[in-house]
Design a protein around this ligand. Sequence first.
Ligand code: FAD
Ligand code: MG
Length: 338
Amino acid sequence: MAYKNFLRAFFAISGLIICVLASCAKTESSRIELALGTVCSITLFEQGQESVYDEIFSRIREIESLMSVNIPSSDVSRINAAAGIEPVQVDKDTFKVIAHAIYFAELSGGALDPTVGPLVALWGINSPAPHVPTQEEINSVLPLVNWRNVELYNQSVYLTRRGMALDLGAIAKGYAADEAARIIREAGINRARIDLGGNIILIGQKKDRSPWRVGIQNPEESHGAITGILQIPEQSVVTSGIYERFFEENGKRYHHIFLPSNGYPVDNGLTSVTIITENSIDADALSTSVFVLGYERGRLLLESIPQTEAVFIFSDRSIRTTPGAMFILTDKSFSVKR
Ligand code: FAD
Ligand code: MG
């Protein structure tokens, strides 16, 4: 799959990136590790605080061990194994993230649905052999995808039907990024950059007080090609797009974000949605929600949420932004529409 090639390429050049950072500015340091099934990179723009890396990565791994569907002892795996049988007591982190996912499921009218687990498994999205299922297979799992059948009570979680399964892939990276930011701020570090597989948080201000600059991925290209640059203050930027995970079958591309109502990858003309807001967990939930809702309904949802901006990229190479998004186009084969 495309992202595996990306990981290989990334690690081939990551040493180079660290060297470049070190030689450009002696006060900067970075650490890059694989976690949450993706590349996690932390950059501190101050010297003498490098011990905080251990704390950050151990917290990220703790969150992974609680919320991964690939770890049999995780809270999420235990909840899924007990679906239709009994409620499961979980860690407060897990409970918090699931409650947050349910909040956004309701807010988005079910566009974001943390019970997409059976669909993700059926399409084999995170497996070595993803494939297009039959319509009968899709029909058989669709009744299991319904966030209303998640019962939350007193730090316990119950999926009311056998075969249901949670998947927190659309939101848990955001929580991990917020936790990394909390650790950095509590350590008294004033300037840092967190990037957990595209969930970016910028902390503090640049030395010259100019805005931070974040490249927005060209959704048609592999990683590294950008359509433009976002200028932002101390905020989180999260993108959901067709390029992050996909496979091809009979010449057609299938990506990893599903329309819960029909069980197929979303096909609404959007190729990516970037959300800029204060918390990464909200940005993560919203980038997936808005991608699934589509431009018109997604924009309506965003208008109800203060201090949230967005960049929408479409398959016809047009780009739209909300009024407060400071986006500078760099790839002129795209065009910004107001
Ligand atoms: P987002 O848009 O934020 O999320 C898309 C993901 O959410 C999909 O991949 C799917 O999992 C899920 N999803 C799809 N449609 C919907 C919908 N309508 N509503 C809600 N959710 C939806 N990847 C691996 O390959 N191996 C691993 O071991 C692994 N472990 C992980 C452990 C954790 C705790 C987390 C959070 C992620 C892990 N991942 C792993 C990565 C994960 O499977 C996704 O690829 C990733 O989270 C997608 O993030 P995104 O920002 O690209 O897309
Ligand atoms: Mg998301």
